[in-house]
Structures are given as structure tokens and as C-alpha cells.
Design a protein around this ligand. Structure first.
Ligand code: UD1
Ligand code: UDP
Length: 353
């Protein structure tokens, strides 16, 4: 079967890596990069570190308003699908690239598969929530990472062709842990294992509001720990624009975004993670690192239920309290699959073709 896979943002390169490898055993894959992320350290480094095949097309859409960006992707994807006539389209996660791929497939009558289906924050002010809901509702096949995701879909009346396969990010994390351990990441940055906090912040709702960003910077500066913070370009721009960059850098090791293996090395050796990322919350759980989540809710309830993720919001005092006192020790009982989600996805697709 000829499958067009659509990716465009950092987490999608990571998710596509194991799936692409499996798909290509029995199918022809056309990999389309929308160009949503384009800096080398937001895109190329993932293809290199995870050995992902070079995209067959890069639409080069770049950054713009949501409507402009999504519209540009849709036009580019329509051209590619017309030229390539794929029999199936596969999208990942919840970005504008996901939505564009889903809508174009739906409009062209192409069957669509959604990897990481069924996630919900139930916060409609997040751009990702609209992307997820629409994508799930136009998908022919839904690949869910957790039983909770299957249940969310059931509540919206989606029960046909829903497959609980596990989380492809768990696959990648397991496959990459050894390579990450052999990196000299900590030595390069002058860090000691177990003796620092890893921070990431990039969500639009967090970084676009000056007072929210200031409260987070205050917490990282005041916490009295070594903090390493690979800074997303959107966050960097706003830290500079809001006059917070120098204050942050006076106390925090603020570095450029790193590739996936360096990131896993930083995560596995951190004493705690402080983040507003979806993927990083899960990775912290996979490796048993306490996670402090700078949001008011999470899609990944499993990480909270066992007590490994403290969802604390963005007040400085709450973040400081969690950094000082959140020290979970309980078991990790929740399953993100068995590390073979990508194989399961490929086997489902094999049955179609
Ligand atoms: C996007 C996703 C978000 C995901 C995140 C992963 C949407 C709506 N959001 O957010 O769900 O969690 O990716 O990282 O799809 N920029 C650069 N260089 C780049 C990419 C972005 O400088 O290579 C800057 C630009 O100023 C741009 C801003 O970052 O305007 C935001 O980029 P965008 O892709 O729109 O959203 P993300 O915040 O990255
Ligand atoms: N990541 C990385 N380098 C970084 C920051 C993040 O490799 O400097 C990885 C990390 O594994 C994370 C993934 O990128 O899980 C997802 O990215 P992000 O947090 O931007 O997106 P989200 O998961 O919130 O959509």
C-alpha cells in the first residue's frame, strides 16, 4: 500500500521514527514534512539522531498565524496527494500539521489514520485541542496510546476501528535509551547526574503571556538548584521581547534546543523535570523522574494517578513548593504499551493493503 505520512513539528519527527521503520517493511511510504518547524535544531537534528528517512517533500510553510499556516499546508498537501495518489494518509499528534493532513485527506476522500488518537485536555482554548478533536472525528483508523484515550473516544461516539496499540513515544524512548546513555551530554554542559533540574517551556498559552512567563522565570531563578533549560525558539523570542532573557540567564543554564538523544540523556539524569510539554511529562514517567507540570490540566492523567506528575499551574510559589517538596516514591502502574506500538500500527495497516 502507498501511505503518505505527514509530519512537521519536533514531536512528530520523534513519533514517526519507529512507525516509518515498521511501515516501510511492507508498504511504500511518502514522507511529507510541512516545514512547520524549520530551524536545524528543531528539525534536521531529529532526522539525524533517529535515522529517519529524508522527507520526500518539504512544503516549507514556516511560521505564520494559525489560519495562514494551516491553509498553506493544506494547499501543499493537496498538490502532493494529487501527484502521488496515496491509498492511505497517516498523521501524528495534535499540531497544525496534523490538522492540515487530516482535513486534506477528508476532503479528498482518502482514508486517514491518527497516531496518538483520543487525547483530550478538555481545554478548548488550547489550539491543540481543536486539532485533536477534528482529526479524531475525520479518521478512519484511530491508534490510541492508552485505555484512557480509547475511553475518551467512546464518550464522543467513536468506537469503530479504534486500536489500543500503546505509545510510540515509549517505543522510541526504549530504543534510544542506550544511545542516550553513551552520549557525553552532561560532561559537555558541566552537569552532575542527579544534581540538576531539567526545564522546558514552549506552549503558546504559557509563553505568549508576559506575566505567566515572568512567574515561571522567577521560579527557575529563585529555586536555588542548578537548572538546565533547552529553550524553544518561540520561548526565546518572547523572553527577549519581554525583557526576561538576561534575568533567566543569570541563574539558569539556558541552552539552544538539543537533539533527542541529548534530551533523553538530560532527562534520565535529572533530579526533577519542570515542563509544560506533553511529551516530556510522559518521558519523565517512563524513566521514573518526578515531573512538575506548569499547566492547569493534562492529557496524560496516567502520569498523575500514580503520583509521579504534579500539575501545579504557573504561580511562582506553587512551582517553588513542588520543586522543593514533590518527591514521589510510589510504583508506576500505568501502561504506555509494551514498546511495540509501531509494529502494531504497521500490522493493522498491513491488513488493509
Ligand atoms: C507547535 C505545536 C505544539 C507542539 C510544539 C512542539 C501547533 C499549534 N503547535 O508549537 O502543539 O507542542 O509545536 O514543539 O501546531 N519557531 C522558530 N523556528 C522553528 C519553529 C518555530 O523560530 O523552527 C518560532 C516562530 O517564531 C514561530 C513560533 O516558534 O512563530 C511558534 O512555532 P509554531 O510551529 O507555530 O508552534 P510551536 O509553539 O512550535
Ligand atoms: N525534545 C528534544 N529537545 C529539546 C526539547 C524537547 O529532543 O530541546 C524532545 C522531547 O523528547 C520531547 C519532544 O521533543 O518529548 C516533544 O517536544 P515538545 O515538548 O516541543 O512538544 P509536545 O510534546 O509538548 O507537543
Amino acid at each position: 500500500m502507498k501511505i503518505a505520512s505527514v509530519v512537521g513539528a519536533r514531536p512528530q519527527f520523534i513519533k514517526a521514527a519507529p512507525v516509518s521503520r515498521e511501515l516501510r517493511q511492507h508498504n511504500e511510504e511518502i514522507l511529507v514534512h510541512t516545514g512547520q518547524h524549520y530551524d536545524a535544531n528543531m528539525s534536521d537534528v531529529f532526522f539525524a539522531a533517529l535515522d529517519i528517512p529524508a522527507p520526500d517533500y518539504n512544503l516549507g510553510v514556516g511560521s505564520a498565524s494559525h489560519a495562514q499556516q494551516t491553509a498553506d499546508m493544506m494547499k501543499g498537501l493537496e498538490d502532493v496527494f494529487e501527484k502521488e495518489s496515496p491509498q492511505f494518509v497517516l498523521v501524528y499528534g495534535d499540531t497544525n500539521s496534523t490538522l492540515a493532513g487530516a482535513l486534506v485527506a477528508a476532503k479528498m476522500g482518502l482514508p486517514l489514520g491518527h497516531v496518538e488518537a483520543g487525547l483530550r485536555s478538555y481545554n478548548r482554548s488550547m489550539p491543540e485541542e481543536a486539532n485533536r478533536v477534528v482529526t479524531d472525528h475525520v479518521s478512519a483508523i484511530l491508534f490510541c496510546p492508552t485505555p484512557g484515550a480509547v475511553e475518551n473516544l467512546r464518550q464522543e461516539g467513536i468506537t469503530r476501528d479504534v486500536h489500543l496499540v500503546g505509545d510510540v513515544m515509549y517505543d522510541v524512548a526504549l530504543q534510544s535509551a542506550q544511545a542516550a546513555r553513551s552520549r557525553d551530554t552532561l560532561a559537555r554542559l558541566g552537569l552532575k547526574a542527579g544534581d540538576y533540574i531539567l526545564a522546558t517551556v514552549h506552549r503558546a498559552g504559557t509563553v505568549e503571556d508576559p506575566s505567566t512567563l515572568r512567574r515561571i522565570v522567577d521560579a527557575l531563578v529563585l529555586c536555588g538548584r542548578t537548572v538546565v533549560f533547552p529553550v524553544h525558539p518561540h520561548t526565546r523570542k518572547n523572553l527577549e521581547a519581554f525583557g526576561l532573557w538576561e534575568a533567566l540567564r543569570s541563574k539558569v543554564l539556558a541552552i539552544d534546543p538539543v537533539d533527542y538523544l541529548d534530551f533523553l540523556a538530560l532527562l534520565m539524569n535529572a533530579s526533577k523535570v519542570v515542563t509544560d510539554s506533553g511529551g516530556v511529562q510522559k518521558e519523565a514517567y517512563f524513566f521514573g523522574i518526578p515531573c512538575v507540570t506548569l499547566r492547569d490540566e493534562t492529557e496524560w492523567l496516567e502520569t498523575v494517578e500514580d503520583g509521579w506528575n504534579a500539575v501545579v499551574g504557573t504561580e511562582t510559589e506553587d512551582i517553588l513548593d513542588a520543586i522543593a517538596n514533590f518527591n514521589p516514591e510510589g510504583i508506576k502502574s500505568k501502561s504506555f504499551g509494551d514498546g511495540h506500538a509501531a509494529e502494531k500500527i504497521a500490522r493493522v495497516l498491513d491488513r488493509l493493503g
